[in-house]
Design a protein around this ligand. Structure first.
Ligand SMILES: *Cc1c(COP(=O)(O)O)cnc(C)c1O
Length: 355
């Protein structure tokens, strides 16, 4: 793939305090852009200044939400090398998301090449402090201006990047989660397995409700019976009950997380039984009360792992592991972050160098 470079006149000032990077506050100087049209397919790959994009008010994305996205990170190792974590999984997932939304396929090799190119271009933006990283956000949307509902004839694929701070500056910190018993995120046959903006638009109300009750996140139940646990806001979720691990199966309503998949690999390697099966919220709360619910944790690229210390379902509340981070949760976090930042040997071949 040939990538055109459009230079910016003045580079931005990089944030000097890496302890205050936050998430998504600072965008880097450049972005990767490529266009798709019905006649030409993907064309004009370029790295150009990160700047506002002019959009026609009739742009179909603004009306019918034909948008998909991905999220991954670039990590700086102690030796100063930069590496990605399983980027081809993000590429494949985006292909599946796009197929569901009738959007064009962006090939896996082009995706990985584009990610490497923009990260290489922005390597000085990859922060150095412990547990910081460069967050990479590839996304695609329809650009055609026409109000009819249809598969659009023009799309843009863009990658923007932002340096992000340590998610847990003072160590893993258990959160309180509320089970949503009324609103739903996904149903079979819908778009639950895709990473698309529309899924999020429909989930914010649940998040607002949870926050009003003093909870950080929502645990969604299945859309048909409101009976089985599926996932948390932006994370998959796993439960350790009587020594075994339970997590929702990937059957169309749950997002197939890269972190979820990696954790399952590690857990099975360590001899744990991982059950990718439906778990009812009643059985979950029961385990919480009879003392067999040992650990609960969310998994996702942003936080890696998020220990859950409290679960609320209607008026029923259970505390998990005395609101403390569990031993297995900590071990998973240490191992996965160890591989991602190059502190531990990557025997799975998950990391991909940016050279
Ligand atoms: C992105 C996302 C996840 C986590 O996926 P990772 O690949 O592990 O980052 C989980 N659930 C939802 C709804 C998501 O959008």
């Amino acid at each position: 793939m040939e990538i055109r470079f459009v230079k910016r006149d003045v580079l931005k000032e990089k944030p000097s305090d890496e302890s205050k990077l936050g998430f998504g506050k600072y965008m880097t100087d450049y972005m990767f852009v490529m266009d798709w049209t019905k006649d030409e397919g993907w064309h004009d790959a370029r790295i150009e200044p990160n700047a506002p994009i002019p959009l026609d008010p009739a742009c179909v994305t603004l009306h019918y939400a034909q948008e998909t996205f991905e999220g991954l990170k670039a990590y700086r190792t102690a030796e100063g090398k930069i590496q990605l974590f399983r980027p081809e999984m993000n590429a494949k997932r985006m292909i599946n998301s796009n197929a569901r939304l009738c959007m064009p396929e962006f090939p896996v090799d082009m995706f990985v090449e584009a990610v490497k190119a923009i990260v290489k271009c922005e390597e000085d933006w990859v922060p150095h402090a412990k547990d910081t990283s460069l967050y990479i956000r590839p996304f695609m949307f329809a650009t055609e201006a026409a109000l009819g509902v249809h598969m659009a004839s023009a799309y843009k694929f863009i990658i923007i990047c932002c340096p992000v701070g340590a998610y847990y500056p003072t160590g893993l910190d258990p959160v309180k989660i509320m089970v949503e018993d009324e609103l739903v995120r996904a149903v079979k046959g819908g778009t639950g397995f895709t990473k698309c903006g529309g899924n999020y638009a429909g989930s914010i109300l649940g998040q607002v409700k949870a926050e009003k009750m003093g909870y950080t996140q929502v645990l969604w139940l299945d859309g048909e019976e409101r009976k089985y646990v599926e996932e948390v806001g932006t994370m998959n979720i796993m439960f350790k009950i009587a020594g075994e691990i339970y997590t929702a199966p990937i059957e169309g309503t749950v997002l197939p997380g890269v972190t979820r998949d990696s954790m399952i690999h590690l857990l099975r390697d360590w001899g744990y039984k991982v059950n990718e099966t439906k778990l009812s919220v009643d059985d979950l709360m029961k385990a919480g009360h009879d003392g067999t619910l040992e650990e609960v944790f969310g998994t996702g690229t942003a936080a890696v792992i998020s220990p859950v210390g409290e679960l609320r379902y209607k008026d029923d509340v259970v505390t998990i592991n005395d609101m403390k981070t569990g031993e297995l949760t900590q071990k998973l976090y240490d191992t996965l972050t160890g591989i991602q930042w190059g502190r531990l040997e990557d025997k799975y071949g998950w990391t991909v160098p940016v050279e």
